[in-house]
Design a protein around this ligand. Structure first.
Ligand SMILES: Cc1ncc(COP(=O)(O)O)c(C=O)c1O
Length: 385
């Protein structure tokens, strides 16, 4: 199929809900993507924060292939060694959590975490942050701040309070005013909003505030988790632990998967049938998950993402361009509109992303990005601003 045929066919047969770029990628290898004309791109967007090991990582491809030939799928009602190994590995890598519930996507992980907050407290209301983004299914959408997404289905969404990000006092005031709050969900680095991050003290304070008021603290680590910010979870890096952590994106190196990490005291409240999904914990996803986690641990990639951040900061020091975010979840605040810059970079073979902030470009590079690539990118970027 030619690129033109591919574009015309997708445009004709799929529901038109994505603003797609006019490119057809045929192949990926490491940090590179190749379009149908053979042009090579450096992927600093990581397939939307997913390709933590780059494209077609050998170890993961082999694990998926092996699993596909042995047993691609069977129900959650039976045990399977791939699921056993992935669950153990994930819980062991996530500091201080006892159990995991597997699901299929980020929004589904948040849906389940919200259900758990209701169950654990017997209360009925959620709190989120201004700028928070948590997914498109109804419970996750209810805690997503973007009004243009919520408005068309607002009638179907439970009412939620949104507090300013980084303002622990506002959160505590709300907890004092209301006694029906079950949970507070936070994206510890608001990526889509433009890599908005607070001081470490904020995260520790909200932990204390949630404890004082019996509110379940959920960290949506769908972007920050799985080692992307230098520790397996973001919470670990700032010296605190939420009650629940949701993961997806990088967890399967591109194979669809989501997860909710929880302590025994919450897991112990669950009984058969409380949470579930046909495809959750499927063998292919579990094989991809285990192989991904193995690679992150064995290749020291959580250390390497810190090196990448350092490199980017050094390369832009003194340029007047602020580097935002942490590890391999970075933003650059530009003095000009970001969208035309992202487009120009793309034409030169660099894939980056915009955000809801008009001046911030986003970088979610594979953890395996070799040293030197971001320095080269920073030089190119400086020419565009
Ligand atoms: C922080 C955050 N939470 C939740 C989601 C939803 O994940 P998914 O698209 O897998 O449903 C996303 C997706 O971009 C996200 O960035």
């Amino acid at each position: 199929m030619t690129a033109a045929d591919c574009i015309a066919t997708e445009d004709r047969y799929e529901a038109a809900t994505y603003a797609r770029w006019p490119v057809v990628f045929e192949r990926g290898e490491g940090i590179h993507l190749f379009d149908t004309a053979g042009k090579r791109y450096v992927d600093l967007y990581g397939g939307h924060c997913v390709a933590c090991l780059g494209h077609s990582p050998q170890h993961v491809v082999a694990a998926i292939h092996r699993q596909a030939t042995e047993l691609p799928f069977y129900s959650n009602l039976m045990y399977h060694p791939s699921r056993a190994r992935a669950a153990r590995k994930l819980v062991e890598m996530a500091d201080g959590f006892d159990r995991v519930f597997f699901c299929n996507s980020g929004t589904e992980a948040n849906e389940n975490a919200i259900k758990l907050a209701f169950k654990a407290t017997g209360k009925t209301r959620m709190v989120s942050t201004v700028g928070g983004w948590h997914g498109r299914t109804l419970a996750s959408l209810s805690v997503t701040h973007t009004w243009k997404l919520r408005e068309p289905v607002a009638f179907a969404l439970p009412e939620v309070d949104f507090v300013p990000f980084g303002d622990a006092d506002a959160l505590e005031r709300l907890f004092v005013e209301r006694d029906d709050i079950a949970g507070f969900i936070l994206e510890p680095i608001q990526s889509i909003s433009g890599m908005v991050m607070a001081d470490a003290a904020y995260y520790r304070r909200i932990r204390q505030i949630c404890d004082r008021h019996g509110v379940i603290l959920i960290f949506d680590e769908i972007q920050t988790g799985v080692g992307r910010t230098g520790t397996f979870t973001f919470g670990e890096g700032v010296g605190m632990r939420p009650d629940l952590v949701t993961l997806a994106k990088s967890l399967g190196s591109g194979f669809p998967i989501g997860a909710v990490l929880m302590p025994e005291r919450i897991a112990g409240l669950l009984k058969n049938g409380d949470l579930g999904s046909t495809f959750a914990g499927g063998m292919m996803a579990m094989a991809a998950c285990e192989a991904t986690l193995d690679a992150i641990a064995d290749q020291g990639l959580m250390h390497h993402v810190a090196v990448l951040e350092e490199e980017m900061r050094k390369a832009l020091a003194g340029s007047g361009l602020d580097v935002l975010g942490k590890g391999a979840l970075l933003g650059v605040a530009l003095p000009v509109a970001a969208a035309p810059v992202v487009k120009a970079l793309f034409a030169e073979g660099w894939i980056t992303g915009t955000s809801d902030h008009p001046n911030v470009i986003r970088l979610m590079p594979p953890y395996i990005t070799p040293s030197g690539v971001l320095t080269e990118f920073a030089q190119v970027l400086r020419h565009h601003v």
